[in-house]
Design a binder for this molecule. Structure first.
Ligand code: CIR
Length: 254
């Protein structure tokens, strides 16, 4: 597969008050802007045409656009984010996606779903059941996916906010995974690159057109991915980590 486009959203000033469990202190807004800019340049380097949505002070977490939609070639599926403060982020995203998709689907209450819980692995989608994504949301998504010829299944999780905080699909049957996911029955058929506990944050990496974006500061994971044959690009996302976010959360790729 090949991605050609991405959507990102500039962090707003209220970003520093976003939701968090990380305990790493408040993000530095100026540094976050710099890291975000570098992130955009890197997506462009991977061949993507990037649409940048303007910031909105009403939504501190709106930089984490990945949570607001699931994109497949046939349609855009607007999510219903599990956190109350994030639900209306989808309004702006929907208007932007209408410029790219004629077919728009929607997850609705009582179903909740965050894009960070949805991992695409070829024609199959793994959906984490988390504090943000419930069974109803996952069932709605699976039903929509089925209509377009894809399949989906749920995965339980305990240690992380979102499924993709702990596992990433790198195409060619490779998964990067933390201890929590490396041993799971449903991932048995994949070649697993297991991330060391002290580098667990680096499991949130992103495959884009033969490159893998890896968080800066996790050398063993970077080497592991390179050893499996991928070209890596390191990016510092320290300020987003402070809000439980990572590389995948910062864009929608399609
Ligand atoms: C939140 O709690 O919703 C944000 N502070 C972080 C969202 C990270 N998104 C992701 O992992 N897909």
């Amino acid at each position: 597969m090949k991605f050609t486009k991405a959507i990102v959203r500039t962090p707003c000033k209220s970003f520093i008050n976003g939701l968090t469990t990380a305990g790493l202190g408040k993000p530095d807004y100026g540094l976050a802007l710099k890291q975000h800019k570098r992130y955009i340049e890197t997506l462009e380097m991977c061949g993507l045409e990037v649409t940048i949505i303007e910031p909105d002070e009403n939504f501190p977490d709106s930089v984490f656009v990945e949570d607001t939609a699931i994109l497949i070639p046939e349609c855009a599926i607007i999510t219903n984010p599990g956190a109350e403060s994030r639900k209306a982020e989808t309004i702006r995203i929907k208007t932007v996606l209408k410029g790219f998709y004629s077919n728009i689907e929607q997850i609705s209450s009582p179903g909740t779903l965050d894009g960070g819980d949805v991992m695409m692995a070829g024609a199959h989608f793994f959906i984490g059941i988390s504090e943000r994504t419930n069974i109803e949301g996952a069932d709605q998504l699976i039903k929509i996916l089925k209509n377009y010829g894809y399949s989906g299944s749920t995965v339980s999780l305990n240690d992380v906010l979102h499924l993709k905080s702990g596992v990433a699909y790198l195409e060619n049957n490779y998964l990067v995974a933390t201890d929590e996911f490396a041993g799971k029955e449903e991932f048995k058929k994949y070649n697993i690159l297991k991330v060391k506990d002290e580098e667990s944050y680096a499991a949130n990496c992103v495959w884009i057109n033969d490159f893998v974006l890896v968080a800066k500061g996790f050398p063993t994971t970077k080497e592991l991915i390179e050893y499996a044959g991928y070209k890596t690009l390191e990016l510092d996302v320290s300020e987003f980590r402070k809000l439980d976010g990572g590389l995948s959360c910062l864009s929608l790729r399609f």
